[in-house]
Design a protein around this ligand. Structure first.
Ligand code: SAM
Ligand code: SF4
Length: 341
């Protein structure tokens, strides 16, 4: 992927002003219009199957970090993963996300086999979100049939990145995004809004960096402090700031898939739905089996709602319908490529 500096409708100063809330009515109504022009009243669903909460990394913000000994760890069997995907497909969902901590226990051939099995059994799009992996593994999975890969930079500010992700390689993570695009994946990245030390200037620069990557998916959720992490005492990200970020991203990336994250809902019930009226077009209900889903505890409240996946999906569809939105059962591919130069 070449990083380009495209002509943008907003200068850095204008982005900053909109992030400050100078004209929320204008920003949110334009983002709603742009979303409607691209996606009509359809909301794309992604069933997320969180198949392992083991992680080798130590991200200061995340409850799955290796040093968190208080967390009960789990890995799903391949049968259990296939069962969760089956339940998603049986419930008319056209797209799954397989996500985990950075867990090398799942070897490249196991993931490749899973992708092939899923594709043989279901007409469903597959997004992988497994963290950083070598190029040959990413290539193998693409060859096996994976459609998309989500790898958030979390911030494009190198100093902040290194402060939040000790031992992580900023350039290496950016390089992985380039490989993914070259391999033909639909590529997703994003940031955490309100990471400790993040300012409005950081956010404005991050928005520009995300646009320069010409992404197919852009995932930006608010930071939520986890008690078993070095950022336990930090302040949460702000829901409204996060909605301004996603609204700006919609205006700057009209055809990209932009999820309304569950972290929004944890901070403010109803915020996820509202974000779908402010530029977002994707929701990612968890299909992780109930006996372990509370242990995918990235932040407090994640996967905390009651009921099985089917009941939660039913409630989500009803809530969308009440807003005049339709939960689409299609693959939900991005509409970005025609914007590419
Ligand atoms: N391990 C893979 C990775 O880091 O790319 C994928 C799994 S990771 C749990 C998925 C996402 O969770 C991260 O990209 C990060 O944005 C988000 N996350 C982790 N901790 C968070 C927190 N405390 N608040 C909000 N989002 C968080
Ligand atoms: Fe691991 Fe991903 Fe959490 Fe970092 S964000 S600790 S890589 S699961």
């Amino acid at each position: 992927m070449t990083i380009t500096s495209r002509n943008r409708p907003f200068s850095r100063a204008q982005i900053r002003e909109l992030l400050e809330g100078k004209d929320d009515d204008w920003l949110f109504s334009r983002a709603a219009l742009a979303t409607e022009l691209e996606f009509g009243n359809e909301v794309y669903l992604r069933a997320i199957v969180e198949f392992s909460n083991y992680c080798a990394n130590q991200c200061h913000y995340c409850g799955l970090r290796a040093a968190n000994r208080a967390l009960g760890r789990y890995r799903l069997s391949t049968d259990s993963i296939l069962g969760a995907v089956h339940r998603a497909a049986a419930n008319d969902i056209g797209s799954v996300v397989l996500q985990s901590g950075d867990d090398s226990y799942f070897r490249a051939d196991t993931i490749g086999w899973l992708i092939r099995e899923i594709k043989a059994r279901h007409d469903i799009a597959i997004t992988l979100s497994l963290g950083e992996r070598p190029a040959d593994e990413l290539g193998l999975w693409r060859y096996a049939g994976a459609d998309r890969y989500l790898l958030k930079m979390e911030t494009f500010d190198r100093t902040l990145f290194e402060r939040c992700r000790p031992g992580a390689d900023f350039d290496g993570r950016l390089k992985q995004l380039e490989w993914l695009a070259a391999m033909g994946y639909q590529v997703g990245s994003g940031i955490i809004v309100g990471l400790p030390g993040m300012t409005l200037d950081t956010l404005a620069a991050d928005i520009e960096a995300l646009c320069d990557l010409n992404l197919d998916m852009i995932a930006c959720g608010p930071f939520i402090p986890h008690p078993q992490t070095p950022f336990a005492a930090a302040k949460s990200g702000d829901v409204l700031s996060c909605q301004r970020v996603t609204a700006l991203l919609r205006l700057l990336n009209p055809g990209a898939n932009i999820p309304a994250t569950s972290a929004l809902e944890v901070l403010k019930p109803g915020a996820r739905l509202k974000s779908l009226r402010r530029g977002c077009n994707v929701v990612m209900p968890s299909f992780t089996p109930e006996d372990v889903n509370a242990n995918y505890n990235i932040y407090p409240g994640k996967n905390g709602s009651n009921g099985d996946a089917r009941a939660r999906l039913h409630a989500l569809r009803a809530a969308l319908a009440a807003e005049g939105l339709v939960a689409a059962s299609c693959r939900g591919d991005a509409k970005t490529r025609r914007y590419r130069r």
